[in-house]
Design a protein around this ligand. Structure first.
Ligand SMILES: C[S@@+](CC[C@H](N)C(=O)[O-])C[C@H]1O[C@@H](n2cnc3c(N)ncnc32)[C@H](O)[C@@H]1O
Length: 261
């Protein structure tokens, strides 16, 4: 599946990524957040939405693009998929590789940029980007790469921050609107992660682009958008848990599904 025959290749470690150093500095923090299940947006909302969008995946060849420490790749492998995780952070890939295999499908991890992947053309049935796009200043290169490595008819599932409503500190209850002058430009928000009271060592820039950017970029890369969802808490979550009422002041996430023509 990968150009080197599917083996993890430690020589593929030269990653040209402006946020690379920041993610390297945050790697240990991120492993803790994910492995201790501290990010309630994921554990109670977006993971379910992504798995639901992927659907049955036994036997599928899946690329987890920007896989982080690998929890989603492992989950998909446990459902019978053959998964390759790619991430630019050496620290996160080392953490992903340190978890012993034990799945019905297969899983492997490679350190590389999603903008220039060491993978052959048309080898995947599905590419999933779980909370990746907002970490790319211009996702057009990556989206073209996803079009290259997906087979015709293959699907791209992308979960990211909602470009219409996400603003600085939305997670902490801030509700401000996005003026047109900012919405139609690339918006970069610099902030530390603050998850369950734990702050990340390094600041991260979250990039947001208007919806028309995504539709045009996907079209130019040979995709047709087949579904668009906005994962949000259930009425029961909002009624029974004040955390959701405070921490979901606006639509924070968007999930796009596109098919490679
Ligand atoms: C918010 S984390 C999400 C990680 C994982 N998908 C998850 O949900 O836990 C964003 C990830 O994108 C990775 N990343 C950022 N730019 C990248 C690039 N150009 N190529 C590959 N990975 C990249 C970071 O290293 C980081 O692991």
């Amino acid at each position: 599946m990968l150009e080197n025959g599917g083996k993890m290749d430690d020589t593929v470690r030269a990653v040209a990524n402006p946020t690379h150093a920041r993610w390297e500095a945050n790697a240990e923090y991120w492993v803790k957040i994910i492995r201790e299940g501290r990010d309630r947006y994921r554990t109670e909302l977006t993971d379910r939405a992504v798995l639901d969008a992927i659907g049955p995946c036994e036997g599928l060849r899946i690329l987890d693009a920007g896989c982080g420490e690998g929890y989603l790749a492992r989950r998909l492998a446990s459902l019978g998929a053959d998964v390759v995780g790619i991430d630019a952070s050496e620290g996160l890939i080392d953490a992903a590789q340190s978890v012993p295999a034990g799945h019905s499908g297969s899983v492997s991890f490679t350190c590389a940029s999603v903008e220039a992947m060491p993978a052959a053309d048309e080898v995947f049935d599905l590419v999933v980007c779980n909370h990746l796009l907002s970490h790319l200043q211009d996702p057009a290169h990556a989206i073209h790469e996803f079009g290259r490595v997906l087979r015709p008819g293959g699907r791209l599932v992308m979960l990211t921050l909602h470009p219409c409503f996400y603003t600085e500190n939305s997670e902490h209850g801030a509700m401000t609107s996005v003026p047109a002058s900012k919405y139609f430009a690339a918006r970069g928000i610099d902030q530390h992660f603050l998850v369950d009271g734990l702050e990340s060592p390094s600041m991260i820039t979250s990039w947001l682009r208007p919806l028309e950017y995504y539709s045009a970029t996907l079209r130019d890369a040979g995709f047709v958008i087949t579904d668009l969802r906005e994962p949000h808490p259930t009425a029961e979550q909002l009624r029974s848990d004040p955390w959701w009422r405070e921490s979901f002041p606006a639509a924070l996430f968007i999930l796009m599904i596109a098919e490679r023509r």
